[in-house]
Design a binder for this molecule. Structure first.
Ligand code: AHR
Length: 309
């Protein structure tokens, strides 16, 4: 029972329309833009008034947004947290104001899980596992020690932590796999390019043969760095990324990326549903996870046109 939240604990006035305050963490990727658009569209469709604030990667700005939502007496607060830690006090403030909180996309590591109603978002650990299994399979017949590099996302963010852990759960104990280089590149294309350039400033004997980029944008940046170094992305360096934007699937189909693990940004309908359930006084599961897949070069050709971002 501890894992379930009775929404009856909150102020639930029966006024219409419901007002939802949403603190979005930034605009760093196509995934993020699609996530914001999905939430805006779903709010419109379901008649919920949405107040959305962009925190531009700053947790402090997210605190300010939450405080402004409390001041405005919104009905429900949703937060896509930039990093996992440091949320206890602000969540406590929302609780004291009687406003239920939904965590969207990434997670918070608050000890007291009664501080939020539910988390709606991907299983990032499983995404890392999928990337690891693809690489394991792909390397089956490759002799010798294989050097694997990793472009991590924002330090301290759930997807960066968990994708890394899931990936290592498959490859970390393999004697022929060497995690040769690993550094954060903030989920952005420019930083991905810059960090990859650094990874390539070594002799051929030390150069990575595999790259796990924690999102598509960093893979795009890395591809440019690899080409600038006179190498062929997808051939000289095997690349796996995460998200699955249309652009990434196109590049995958063209052979410069080798596999893309899906991460679904279209969380708007689920968020609006959860908001309505809470306002109706219903109980929600503590965690809601969308179904996700992995795209290969073959499936990318099929799926490309269906992608919504
Ligand atoms: O939290 C989800 C991640 O954040 C996406 O994989 C990435 O593209 C975004 O910036």
């Amino acid at each position: 029972l501890e894992d379930w939240m009775q929404s009856q604990e909150y102020n639930l006035p029966s006024k219409e329309p419901i007002i939802l305050g949403f603190s979005q963490l930034g605009t760093e990727s196509a995934w993020r833009i699609a996530n914001s658009t999905s939430i805006q569209d779903a709010a419109k469709e379901s008649g919920i008034t949405l107040i959305i604030k962009n925190a531009e990667q700053s947790q402090t700005k997210q605190f300010e947004a939450v405080r402004s939502f409390i001041k405005q007496k919104v009905d429900v607060i949703a937060i896509a947290p930039v990093v996992e830690s440091g949320w206890d006090d602000i969540l406590q403030e929302a609780k004291q104001a009687g406003i239920p909180v939904i965590i969207v996309d990434r997670s918070v590591d608050a000890q007291d899980t009664s501080l939020f109603v539910t988390t709606i978002g991907s299983d990032f650990y499983e995404e890392g596992v999928k990337a690891g299994k693809y690489i394991q399979d792909r390397l089956r017949n490759m002799p010798g020690t294989i050097r694997v590099a990793e472009l991590q996302g924002t330090s301290g963010s759930t997807p960066s932590i968990q994708r890394g852990e899931g990936f290592r759960s498959i490859l970390g104990d393999k004697d022929h796999i060497l995690f040769s280089q690993s550094a954060p590149a903030d989920f952005t294309e420019d930083k991905g390019r810059q960090v990859m350039e650094g990874f390539l400033q070594v002799g051929e004997e030390e150069r990575p043969q595999v790259l796990f980029a924690h999102n598509d944008e960093m893979a795009f940046g890395a591809i440019r760095a690899i080409q600038d170094a006179g190498l062929k992305p997808g051939e000289d360096i095997i690349i796996v990324s995460v998200d699955g934007s249309r652009k990434a699937l196109q590049i995958l189909a063209d052979g410069q990326i080798n596999a893309v693990v899906e991460c679904n940004p279209l969380l708007g309908p689920q968020l609006m549903q959860a908001t309505k359930e809470i306002m109706a006084g219903r109980t929600l599961p503590k965690r809601m996870v969308p179904r996700e897949d992995i795209f290969t070069q073959e499936s990318a050709k099929r799926e490309m046109l269906n992608r919504k971002f």
